[in-house]
Write a protein that binds this ligand. Structure first.
Ligand code: GLN
Length: 251
């Protein structure tokens, strides 16, 4: 049986700033280069989510205005999405999408946008935006420390619940809130982060981690993914990491 993954892209027309679509292109290429089928489906306003249909969900970033347009609809999809996560589906949520996977996002107008409570956090917009290059130390796979490099631009300050797992420790940049030194949030196969860029072209290891999680949900066992020649990606990651070390995390 040909290996394939079914991907659900939430609100691609509303939450897609900072070339977040580029993440989808990387996931698609790295699957197809390994002979893995990539069945791409969009999920928009008013469209239902059927748990078990998708192996990987993606949601990008957006301005407060776009988040306010999709938040009530996303809240209505909360239960099947939480069920999908509990049954092993992988998630990548970036910035505005990351905020809405938590319990709520109180935006700059003071409006409290409902989240779906899939990830253990909440977000409150602050006065000053946190903008710049970011570098994290991550260990999604135990015993495999990795660097994650990207770009952040957010007013939201995200606070993880006690005992919740961050995506990484901030080496350079603001991260979740510019206070606790952590960035992002992970739970099982779900990853939320403020890192744009887009993120995956310069951090292919995370794309592979998500593809392996998605395949594991469909196949019932974690596959070995053959390695790919990532010379370009590695040099992009180095440039991004150097930039973050040089100037990340300053108001
Ligand atoms: N509107 C949210 C904030 O400002 C998310 C921004 C984004 O997705 N880049 O924090």
């Amino acid at each position: 049986m040909k290996r394939k993954i079914v991907v659900g892209h939430l609100y691609p027309d509303y939450l897609n700033i900072y070339a977040d679509r580029g993440n989808m292109a990387v996931l698609e290429r790295r699957a197809v280069w390994r002979g893995i089928g990539f069945d791409y489906r969009t999920i928009g306003l008013g469209e239902s989510v059927r748990p078990g249909e998708h192996d990987l969900y993606y949601v990008g970033g957006g301005q407060d205005r776009e988040q306010a347009l999709v938040a009530p609809d996303l809240a209505g999809k909360g239960e099947p999405l939480r069920e999908a996560a509990a049954s092993g589906a992988a998630f990548l949520a970036v910035c505005g999408g990351y905020q809405l996977l938590g319990r709520f996002y109180r935006d700059r107008s003071g409006a409290e946008l409902p989240g779906i409570g899939l990830l253990p956090h909440y977000t409150v917009a602050g006065e000053r935006r946190m903008i710049g290059d970011v570098l994290l130390e991550c260990e999604l796979a135990p015993g495999e420390p990795r660097l994650l490099a990207g770009f952040e631009n957010h007013a939201g300050r995200t606070y993880l619940d006690d005992g919740a797992e961050p995506l990484g420790r901030v080496v350079a940049g603001f991260g979740n809130n510019g206070e606790d030194g952590f960035e992002g949030s992970t739970l099982g196969g779900a990853v939320g982060t403020y890192l744009h860029g887009p993120l995956l072209p310069r951090n292919p290891w995370l794309a592979d981690w998500l593809i392996a999680r998605a395949l594991a949900r469909r196949l019932g066992e974690t596959p070995e993914l053959e390695s790919l020649p990532d010379d370009f990606e590695s040099s992009a990651a180095r440039v991004s990491a150097d930039r973050a070390r040089a100037r990340g995390g300053r108001f």
